[in-house]
Design a protein around this ligand. Structure first.
Ligand code: NAP
Length: 311
């Protein structure tokens, strides 16, 4: 057995950092090099005997020689970490969980089911947004047949808003409520459009449940499609994929919370087959973030894509 890969996490206190820690703890080829958090410095890390969170500067992290660093930070703060660590330890690989490199063609965009070749062996990977993952899975098989921008209605659990207190993760404000936000120009709208090469209209909402999200996607075509054709196209597009399931029924958030996979289905037709409505659900913290990042890590190092994700 080759040496285990040493993994660093910057932003390890957050929701995504926490999920990454749990996945690293059970991955047979990984060991934790460090987990950085300013607020949690000195606190024990569950699942890692004797290990504690540390508040590291980029220079201190660079000196700790990780094979791969997960950046699980808010948008806009990754660059100094990448620059300083790369300068001191150029062989270090990165997976960035934020949006900072999703529009940078020097970084592989890590949605393996749509972009696997680019991710295999990549040393800098931009992990996709949670909604953006679900929307692309729902739209991609029909993208060449669209006659208008798809409309994407999204609802996420409030863990999607991270740990920094805001109205979007305030249980009191969310009680018996559905909160619209970012109704045009949301960053994921740009991301989906950029990756699929077609404009989309994305309307996100946040609800009172903690984890999981659902996108309901309205697609219009010039040439009509039948229900059988549509189902067959999606079944074919995701045949052999361990982490995407195609179902006839519209899937529901509770089917996928705490799982590593996305489910796509529904396939309702209208206007004589010129309109289809498709639903995709996934766990925003797993297939929408941490478990997709482990798929990407596995492809980067040449491990089996589902290594550490079999539970
Ligand atoms: N939540 C989701 O569903 C989801 C899904 C996909 C992608 N993402 C993306 O993943 C990233 C992390 O999301 P999250 O939900 O885990 O956020 P979060 O819960 O708010 O955690 C943010 C982490 O970053 C650290 N941090 C904040 N500002 C920092 C700074 N200036 N320098 C260094 N560390 C800093 C925080 O720890 P300390 O303050 O203790 O240092 C904390 O560990 C974000 O870019 C988010 O957009 C999130």
């Amino acid at each position: 057995m080759a040496d285990k890969k040493r993994i660093g996490i910057i932003g390890a206190r957050g929701f995504v950092g926490g999920e990454l820690l749990k996945l690293i703890a059970v991955h047979p080829d990984l060991e934790l090099a460090y987990a950085s958090s300013r607020q949690q410095a000195g606190a024990k890390i569950d699942g890692f005997d004797g290990a504690v969170f540390e508040s590291l500067s980029p220079e201190e992290a660079a000196a700790r020689a990780a094979d791969l660093v997960f950046l699980a930070l808010p948008n806009g703060v990754a660059a100094p970490w990448v620059e300083v660590i790369t300068k001191a330890a150029p062989q270090t690989r990165f997976i960035d969980m934020s949006a900072d490199y999703r529009f940078d063609d020097d970084w592989a965009y890590g949605l393996p089911e749509l972009n696997r070749e680019a991710v295999c062996g990549a040393t800098r990977i931009a992990n996709p947004g949670c909604y953006a993952t679900a929307a692309q899975i729902a739209i991609a098989p029909m993208v060449s047949r669209l006659s208008a921008p798809p409309a994407v209605f999204g609802v996420s659990g409030y863990s999607g808003a991270g740990t920094t207190p805001s109205p979007k993760n305030d249980p009191k404000l969310l009680e018996n409520n559905l909160m619209p936000y970012g109704l045009s120009g949301h960053m994921h709208e740009r991301e989906i459009g950029y990756q699929l090469g077609t404009p989309v209209h994305f309307m996100p909402h946040v609800a009172a449940f903690f984890r999981g999200l659902s996108v309901t996607v309205n697609l219009c075509f010039d040439t009509p499609v039948t229900a059988d054709e549509l189902r067959a196209l999606y079944a074919q597009a995701y045949a052999g994929e361990a982490f995407v399931t195609v179902s006839d029924e519209a899937p529901q958030v509770r089917d996928i919370a705490n799982t590593f996979g996305a489910q796509v289905g529904g396939f309702a037709l209208g206007e004589g087959g010129r309109r289809a409505v498709i639903v995709c659900v996934l766990d925003n913290l797993l297939k929408g973030a941490a478990s997709q990042a482990i798929q990407n890590l596995n492809l980067s190092f040449g491990f089996a894509e589902n290594e550490g994700l079999k539970g």
